[in-house]
Write a protein that binds this ligand. Structure first.
Ligand code: SAM
Length: 275
C-alpha cells in the first residue's frame, strides 16, 4: 500500500515521449494526492489514464489568476497537491515558478520528484562537454533579439543548451554560425521516441542536412564551448606563428581553428598575411 502523503506541493516530472519513463514515486504521488495542477487537463488526463490513475485535475499555468493560485495554495496547505506539466519537468520552460515561489513564501512544504527532462537527456546524449552547461530555454523568435542573446552567451566556457522548434531550426543554426563561429553543434530530436536522433557537426553541415530533411518533432540544440584558447584569451597571432614554423598556412589555420573555435577562413587569411 502507498504511504500517506504529507500536505504540500509535489513537483512531479512526467515522460518526454516514452511513457515508460515515469518513475515509481511519480505514480505513487499522483495516486495519493488530492488534486493535480496541470497545464492541459486533456494531456495530463491521457497520461493518468495510461497509468490507471483517477484524479481531480486543475488547470494551472503562470498566467493563471491569483484566485487559482491562492486556491491551489490553500489545497496544498491542507493536503498533498501535485504539479505536473504536459511533459518533462515542471518549471523547465514550463509553468510552475510562480506557484512554487508563492508556496515557499507561505511556508507550505514543497518537494520535487526528479524525472525526465529534455535538457538533461540531450546533454548526456550529445557527446559535448557536460561538466559545465548553461540551459537557455527558447531563444527569441526575432533575429535581432536572438543574435543579442547569443552574443551575451558567447564568452561562456560551457555547453549551451536551447529548446527549439522545427520551422526555426535552420535560422537558429545560421545565427549560431554567425555569432558563435567554429563551435561544434548537436541537434537532438524526438528524444526517447521511436525516431530519436542526435546529429552532430558544424552549423553549416547541420543546416545543409535539415534544409534537405525538414526536421519534425521536438528539438534540443546544443552548442559546444569555445576552444580553450579563445576562452583564455590567447594571442591568435602567436599561435598562428608557432604553427607556421612547421606547417603550411592552411594546416596552421586548421589547427588553430580547432584549438580556439575561431573561423578557419579568417585564420587562413591571417596566416597568409603572417607568412
Ligand atoms: N519541461 C520540459 C522538459 O523538462 O524538458 C520542456 C517543456 S518545453 C515547453 C518543450 C520543449 O522541450 C520542446 O519544444 C523541445 O524543444 C523540448 N523537448 C521536449 N520533449 C522533447 C523530446 N522528446 N525530444 C526533444 N526535445 C524535447
Amino acid at each position: 500500500m502507498d504511504a500517506v502523503l504529507q500536505p504540500g506541493l509535489y513537483i512531479v516530472a512526467t515522460p518526454i515521449g516514452n511513457l515508460g519513463d515515469v518513475t515509481l514515486r511519480a505514480c505513487e504521488v499522483l495516486r495519493g494526492v488530492s488534486a493535480v495542477a496541470c497545464e492541459d487537463t486533456r494531456v495530463t488526463g491521457k497520461l493518468l489514464k495510461h497509468l490507471g490513475i483517477k484524479q481531480r485535475l486543475i488547470r494551472y499555468d503562470d498566467h493563471a489568476s491569483d484566485e487559482t493560485r491562492d486556491y491551489l495554495l490553500s489545497l496544498a496547505a491542507g493536503g498533498p497537491v501535485a504539479l505536473v506539466s504536459d511533459a518533462g519537468t515542471p518549471l523547465i520552460s514550463d509553468p510552475g515558478y510562480q506557484l512554487v515561489r508563492a508556496a515557499r513564501a507561505a511556508g507550505i512544504g514543497v518537494t520535487s520528484l526528479p524525472g525526465a527532462s529534455a535538457v538533461i537527456t540531450a546533454l548526456t546524449l550529445s557527446g559535448l562537454p557536460s561538466d559545465r552547461f548553461l540551459f537557455a530555454g527558447f531563444l527569441p523568435a526575432k533575429a535581432k533579439a536572438r543574435g543579442e542573446v547569443l552574443a551575451e552567451l558567447a564568452g561562456l566556457r560551457a555547453t549551451l543548451v536551447f529548446y527549439e522548434t522545427g520551422p526555426r531550426l535552420t535560422d537558429m543554426l545560421a545565427a549560431v554560425d554567425e555569432v558563435l563561429p567554429g563551435r561544434e553543434v548537436a541537434v537532438a530530436r524526438e528524444l526517447t521516441k521511436l525516431f530519436e536522433e542526435c546529429r552532430s557537426g558544424s552549423p553549416q553541415e547541420l543546416i545543409a542536412h535539415y534544409a534537405a530533411h525538414p526536421p519534425r518533432g521536438e528539438i534540443v540544440v546544443l552548442v559546444g564551448p569555445p576552444g580553450e584558447a579563445v576562452a583564455a584569451d590567447f594571442d591568435i597571432d602567436a599561435l598562428l606563428r608557432a604553427e607556421l614554423a612547421t606547417s603550411k598556412p592552411s594546416q596552421a589555420a586548421g589547427t588553430v581553428a580547432k584549438l580556439t573555435g575561431q573561423d578557419r577562413k579568417t585564420l587562413y587569411a591571417r596566416a597568409l598575411e603572417l607568412k
